[in-house]
Write a protein that binds this ligand. Sequence first.
Ligand code: BES
Ligand code: MN
Ligand code: ZN
Length: 499
Amino acid sequence: MQIEIVTGAIQTQAAQAIVVNLFEGVTLPGGATGAVDAALDGQIRALIADGDFRGKLNEVAVLYPHGKIPARRVILVGLGKREKFGLDAIRQASASAAKKARDVGATHVHTIIHGAGVGGVAPEPAAAAVVEGTLLGLYRFHELKTQLEEVRPDLTTLTLVELDPARRTTLEAGARTGKIVAESTLLARDLINRPANIVTPAYMAETAQRMAAEIGLRCQVLDKATLTALGMNALLSVNRGGGEPAQLVILEHNAGRDDLPTVVLVGKGITFDSGGISLKPGENMHHMKGDMGGAAAVFGALRAAALLDLPLHVVGLTPLTENMPDAHATKPGDVVRSLKGLTIEILNTDAEGRLILADALTYAQNFAPQAIFDIATLTGGRVVALGDHAAAVMGDESLIARLRAAGETTFERVWPLPLFEEYGEQLKSTVADVANIGGRAASSITAGYFLSKFVPDGVPWAHIDIAGLDLIEKDMPYIPKGATGFGVRLLVEVLRGWK
Ligand code: BES
Ligand code: MN
Ligand code: ZN
């Protein structure tokens, strides 16, 4: 989609559809909406007075000006209560208006920048949020359907309309950021929505290489032979039962820039998690195509870091493998020697994410990072504890503080769990240095605790558990059901605010 900015009044735009807004409780619209209302001889005021439109967040009405203004249609979108208004309401309202525009057949939409007027939001983040909400909300995944019922065409252009010419550069910057961040999220969504017979470790590696060549990232792919030579046996133990060879993808933005701080992002890349010999129940097993959601988020974050040209050395490390059962598969009770040298007793082959992350975290040492974040669909316990509305975070307090702030801005919110050393007791093994499971109690925490043992000494680290947030079963205003791309916007926001 093309994003444009024009200086002018919304009511003068010759458009297929113009979008204006209304806060809940307003009876006499002002600003741009007021100007359109006046040009339409009070039609919007009348809708409110008659109780047909109340301004609830995501409420939408379509008006037909019949020549009173050049636009063919007016889409009125509710912004909700003024006290609750912020960037997320902008994203939601933008998505709701854009979807309505598409439903009525408009392909080029002119919109005011919600929030940048009386809403009191700074113009740059407001423009970014309008673009993000629009692109994220309009996302569809139908590339595998050959028999589509009537599909409305995609929007080709979104024009942001602003009266004040002095705001143009700022708005352009915001719109550009929003587009990069949203399209990076859509990359992650596509990878997660595509099934595991398409998205294999090799497919992920090829995707990374193609993206790197296009946008100027450094990309190295370590194949199975290299991983074996390095001694990444925890990762390889998960790969044993699968038909697809394991891969470790290393993406770097600003590779070799020793003058810049280094941040490493590690993403869990299980392209399908059957549980292995500790086989999962069949019901909902198909959701486990999303078990590479952490890796997808890291790909998206690296894409955005490059296109935004962030002044950081960002490294993405994604260990990639299926977790499958076969005659060669790792068996419960097997012991492996990790890259770090610690031996691991694999008591449950379904606790595989922590095994592949363990070796990747150790490998991160090679980059002498200032901080390490890992992001992973790691535990069912995360779903039980926090449901749909927050990822779990553990580890360094100042990194957690950054994540919490970024979570509020992006609405990819996080909430901390403790890593008290007493939890380590649950991971004691009778035969090896550590066991890979710690029982039912506090399973998200013991998973995080396990990871902490493999983090290079002295490096601040935070773990983000996104299990169950990778795929959702209910439409949200700017997240259609299916893959969410959760984590891309969160990580990019953390990186954008670095130092
Ligand atoms: N990939 C799963 C976690 C998961 C659960 C992701 C639900 C998305 C939605 C992970 O590999 C797993 O199987 N975790 C187990 C570990 C257990 C065997 C110790 C879990 O949390 O149940
Ligand atoms: Mn598992
Ligand atoms: Zn898993």
